[in-house]
Design a protein around this ligand. Structure first.
Ligand code: TGC
Length: 402
């Protein structure tokens, strides 16, 4: 019996140690107990259940791949396994853990001063403080180099931030925001720096984006920054944070979590439709006995196995167990294909559920709708195709030449 269930056709179970599976099963237990019984209602009512945050802190999944400062220091593979269990519950839940751990905490952990790390990371790991990550803007999505938010340093040393950010997860709940801003006038991204902004700083305002058709059990916001004054020490000081490589290193972490996470949504969609077709009879036979149903189930299972193998390959490379380094093209390969596969599987599963598949009683359409967001954020398909294209050809094609 594989811990991944019937979908495991290729011995995936044997890829993971007993300890790694134990980590995954603990997260699955939380999802089964707290998320599955309530997620349809939260989704319908567009509620993010803040009461689960301390539980996630106790489970040790917030910033779980980071070392020290109260973080669990687990491997990239364990983090990935946790992500796929969370996203089997709902992408909004996995997104919370990604924004908190891979974006906000990672930014402080990679680029912050000792003071910033000590002030924020232990509380964030425990779920006692919430963080968000402000990179995207109303007019700067795929092209963050064109951001308009500015940080100007005054003669006394203070920084003053102005601008706006959009699609920022958790911003209305956050205690701290990592805000990326241009510190120089040329606007080519080289002067971008990150700032640790307590959200109670005067001039900081977060406005929830309502009426979403995706990620409804999750919070995304617009942030408005009007003369937000910060001490000199608020800037992330590390050299690694100078320019866009600062936020891009954090995006790599979040994109890595997505590679695993979306396989959880795909697996849950597959399990739902496998159970359904084994139980439902039409034309005098169980649906699972029809050849067309089996062909679809087989294609879904094959794709899910390949997705896990890809995630595992990248995870073990990230952990240094396999040789080589994790390159942006490797991350793009995983994010692009696993999102594409997961959304196709969720849609196929919805179709196989017939009319019943459009209700919140079954998970696949909820997963498919969520995956519209997951496929788009942290780099669209096109951004990842062009990142891979640049690696293959040596030619950057992000900007049209004509
Ligand atoms: P480019 O010239 O390629 O790079 C600028 C500098 O960054 C370095 N770099 C990376 N470093 C680490 N990891 C990566 N993946 C990196 N990609 C690039 C690069 O080496 C260079 O360093 P240096 O030292 O030479 O300065 O920059 P570009 O402007 O040409 O970028 C091209 C492109 C399109 C790949 C990039 O802009 C991109 O990835 N765009 C997509 C951005 C994106 O994913 N946005 C979504 C953000 S999600 C969000 O804000 C909301 S958070 C989620 C939530 O809150 O729910």
């Amino acid at each position: 019996d594989s811990f991944l269930g019937a979908v495991d056709l290729t011995g995936l179970d044997g890829l993971f140690s007993a300890e790694e599976k134990q980590t995954a099963l603990k997260v699955r237990g939380l999802v089964d107990e707290l998320i599955r019984p309530n997620i349809a209602r939260w989704y319908e009512e567009a509620v993010f259940p803040t009461e689960i945050i301390p539980e996630l802190g106790k489970l040790g999944v917030l910033g779980m791949h980071l070392d020290g400062y109260g973080c669990a220091g687990r491997s990239a593979v364990e983090y990935g396994l946790a992500a796929q269990e969370l996203e089997a519950g709902d992408s909004g839940l996995r997104t919370f853990v990604s924004v908190q751990g891979s974006l906000a905490m990672s930014a402080i952990h990679k680029h912050g001063s000792e003071e910033q790390k000590n002030q924020w990371l232990p509380a964030m790991a425990a779920g006692e403080a919430i963080g968000c990550f402000g990179l995207t803007e109303p007019t700067a999505g795929s092209d963050p180099a064109s951001m308009l938010t500015t940080a100007r340093q005054e003669p006394g040393g203070d920084w003053v931030l102005n601008g706006s950010k959009r699609w920022i997860g958790l911003a209305s709940l956050a205690d701290v925001a990592i805000i990326w801003a241009q510190t120089e006038d040329h606007g080519n991204g080289r002067g971008v720096r990150g700032f640790v902004v307590p959200t109670d700083t005067p001039g900081f305002r977060a406005e929830v984006i309502n009426a979403k058709l995706s990620m409804r059990a999750s919070v995304q916001c617009e942030i408005h920054l009007e003369d937000v004054r910060l001490p000199e020490s608020a800037m992330l000081p590390a050299d690694s944070a100078v320019g866009l490589k600062g936020p891009f290193q954090c995006l790599n972490e979040a994109r890595y979590g997505i590679i695993w996470g979306v396989m959880g949504a795909a697996r849950d969609s597959f399990n739902t439709v496998l159970d359904y077709t084994l139980g439902r009879t039409q034309f005098g036979h169980r649906l699972a006995g029809f050849q067309l149903t089996q062909a679809k189930l087989a294609d879904m299972a094959v794709a899910i196995n390949k997705g896990y193998l890809l995630a595992h390959q990248i995870g073990r490379t990230k952990d240094g167990v396999l040789p080589g380094t994790v390159t942006p093209a490797m991350i793009s390969t995983g994010k692009l294909d696993n999102c594409r596969v997961a959304i196709e599987i969720s849609r196929e599963a919805r179709e196989m559920l017939g009319g019943n598949g459009i209700t919140l009683e079954h998970s696949p359409l909820r997963h498919a709708n969520n995956l519209e967001s997951v496929r788009t954020y942290e780099g669209t398909d096109e951004v990842h195709q062009l990142t891979i294209g640049r690696t293959l050809t040596g030619i950057g094609a992000f900007t049209p030449t004509a």
